[in-house]
Design a protein. Sequence first.
Length: 453
Amino acid sequence: MKPLFISIFFLLLAVSSSQAAKKPNILFILTDDQALETISALGNNGINTPNIDSLVRAGVTFTNASNMGSWVDDVSFASRTMMFTGKFLWPASKLKGNEDPPLIRAFKDGGYETYGTGAWHVGTKDGMDSAFDHILNKRPVPLSLEETETPFTAWNHDQGANWENGTHLTNLTGESAISLLKKATSQEKPFFLYVGFNAPALPWQYEQKELKSIKSEQLSLPPNIKNRHFYFSLKSPKKISPKFASNRYRDYYLVIERLDRHLGRILSALKQSGSYKNTIIAFLSDNGINNGENGIIGCQNLYEKSLKAPLILAGPHIPKNKFIDTSVYLQDVLPTLMQLAQIPKPKLCQFRSFVPQMNGKETGPWEDILGAYCNDMRSIKVEDHKLVLYRRKTERHMKLYDLIKDPFEMNDLSQRKSSSNIIEKCLDRLQRWEASSGGMLNIRSYFTQPDVR
C-alpha cells in the first residue's frame, strides 16, 4: 500500500501545483483623480487615449462605478483606504493607518508574489513597505511644488513635484512598473503587480511642446460649466469662465495623455513577456474631479463628476468590448479580482464582487449607492434618481436629480409635489446606509432641521 499511497500523494501535489500555475496574474493600475469622461473610447473626442481604449475593447467597462465618499478633505486617501482594507466609510476612518492591508494580504495568502510601485497613499508614508513583497520607486502623495521666484509654469523643471532630475514622475512610474514586471514574469508564482500613477492629480505638469496636441479653444465643454455654486465658494478664480474651464481641461487632458503613453509601454512589456494571456488587467481611478462643472473645482463634493471614475477589467474569461451601466463601487474591484483568482474573500471585507454582473446578471450587487463627504453632505442613488443633502452651520439644502434625463445634475426636482414619494424613499435608504456604513447620524433631523447640531 505504501507505494500506492506515495503515488497518490505526488499526483495530488502535481495537480495542486498545476492549479496554482494556472492562477491568473493581476496587473492593478490605479490612477489619481481621473474622471470617467477622460477616455476617448467612451466618446470624448478632445483627448487621445489609445492604450486605455485598447483595454476598453479587450474587456469590461463599468460606466457607473463610484467612490463611496470621504471623511477627510483628501478624498483619494479615503477611497484607497476603503479599497485596500475592504472597510466601509466610517469603519475605515477609524483605522490607525499602519495596518497590513488585508485585501493585499489575501493575495499573498492565496499564493501570489506581490509587487508595488508609485503612489500608494494608504495609511502611513511607509504603508507600502508592509503591503508588498517587492517595492520599487514608491512616491509621495500629494506632490509639493518647490518655491521659486517665478510663477508656476507646467514645464519649469525647477518647481519640482512631477519633475525629478529632469524626468517626469509618470515616466518614472511607468519604467519602474516595467522593471517589476520583468522580475515578476521570470518567477514561477503568479504575481499581483500594483502600479500607482500620481497622474492626473495636481499639479499638472508637462513639456511645453506637448501643448501642440490639445488646443483649449477647440475643446467642447459640457453644459454644466457654471461660474459659481450655491454652496461651495471659490478662492481663485472667484468665478469660473469658459476660458478658465477650457484651459483647465487642456492641462488635465495633457497629463492623462502622458499617462496613457506609459500604460502602452507597460502593456507592450506584458505582451513581450508571454504572460499577457494569463493576466487580468484592472485599470481604474480612486475618484473623479470637477473642473468647473456645476461651478466647482475639486473632488470634495458629491456630484457624479467627482464620485465616478474609470473601472475596466480585461483578461482571461472576461467578456470583450462590453459596457455595463450597473451601479457598483470602485472599492468592489478587489473582491471581484479575488473571485476571478479563486481566492476566499476575507470575512472583514464589506464590499462585493461584480463577477455576476460581468457574466450577464442584470441586477447589481447593491440596491442603491451611498455617497458621503464628512458630515457636511450625503447622497443616495435610488433607481434613476439621486438625492443630495447639504449642511453648514444653520444652512440646510436638498437637491433631487433624475440622472437618466439630467445626467449633468442641473435641474433640481426636490420642490415638485410629485417628488415627495421618491424623496421619502431616498431618505429611508440613506438612513439604512448610514447605519450599515458605521455612521451615527439621524439623517432626517441632521440634514433638514436647522437647530440640530
